[in-house]
Design a binder for this molecule. Structure first.
Ligand code: ZN
Length: 278
């Protein structure tokens, strides 16, 4: 029963994080709408009386769109950084709360919670957030590299849409429709889909990093259990997260790691969650 309360606290904070993550899309939509509004203005400023983009303006429009894509690139990194910081804060609060509960009701031995609270001050939180932002994944890329790539490919695709529109003598309205579809389309490889994917992956990675750090600092945490997310798909093969969740890694039971040996989030969009064991 008592152990259940500790699990419940951790799940409550996990839920808070997921709820926060859910607001990302709406927040990002307002940035994308601003972006599309600016594209609209550029295109209409350079359209002729029959509603087509002027061929002679092609270069100028492309240059303006390049600047606009740089603006979007900066806004995107900014919002992802903010969500990473939020994930860190929620995770930190959750772990401190569960440790507090444990020391209060079950605590044996040395209570090092005051030390932990002291250690994870503002500066430390900023340091961890920098660390997450600079983390290179197995493909060698960190967030800013990924956003650069995404921004460049987006700019290229939009330029292609523009050239095609001019060559086919199509209307500016049709051009804006195609650009909007490229940005917003919720499935497949749309620009927005890719940004959402980065946000989910990086915030979860930040959340788990805090859990690993706190568990390593708290004497009472004996292990961290890796749990599959309820949305984990059924694979034909033995998938990496299933291995993490099911194998006995430290003689402490299925899926349990010693805090210092906890592996990183193994793949994009992994939403597996961790629970401290005392
Ligand atoms: Zn996973």
């Amino acid at each position: 029963m008592m152990q259940n309360r500790a699990v419940k606290i951790q799940k409550e904070y996990r839920k808070l994080y997921l709820r926060k993550l859910n607001t990302f899309e709406a927040d990002y939509d307002s940035i994308l709408n601003k972006y599309l509004g600016k594209v609209r203005k550029i295109v209409f400023d350079h359209s002729d009386s029959s509603g087509n983009l002027q061929r002679s303006s092609q270069k100028t429009v492309k240059r303006s769109l390049r600047i606009l894509d740089n603006w979007l690139r900066i806004e995107t990194e900014d919002i992802i950084s903010r969500y990473i910081l939020e994930a860190i804060k929620i995770s930190l609060l959750g772990q401190v709360k569960v440790l507090n509960w444990y020391y209060k009701y079950r605590g044996k031995g040395k209570n090092n919670l005051p030390l932990i609270k002291n250690k994870y001050n503002k500066e430390r939180i900023m340091e961890i957030s920098e660390k997450v932002l600079n983390k290179k994944w197995s493909d060698g890329l960190k967030i800013s590299d990924r956003l650069d790539k995404l921004s460049n490919s987006n700019n290229k695709k939009i330029n292609n849409i523009l050239s095609k529109n001019i060559n086919e003598n199509d209307t500016a309205v049709s051009l804006l429709h195609d650009v909007s579809h490229r940005i917003h389309n919720p499935v497949g490889s749309s620009y927005k889909f890719r940004v959402l994917r980065i946000a989910r992956t990086e915030t979860n990675s930040a959340y788990q990093l805090i859990q690993k750090l706190i568990a390593s600092d708290a004497d009472l945490v004996k292990g961290i259990k890796w749990n599959l997310s309820p949305s984990h798909p059924n694979y034909e093969h033995y998938e990496v997260c299933e291995r993490y969740a099911q194998e006995d890694h430290a003689g402490l039971g299925a899926g349990v790691y010693k805090p210092e040996n906890l592996p990183d989030v193994p793949h994009p969009e992994c939403l597996c969650y961790l629970i401290f064991l005392f």
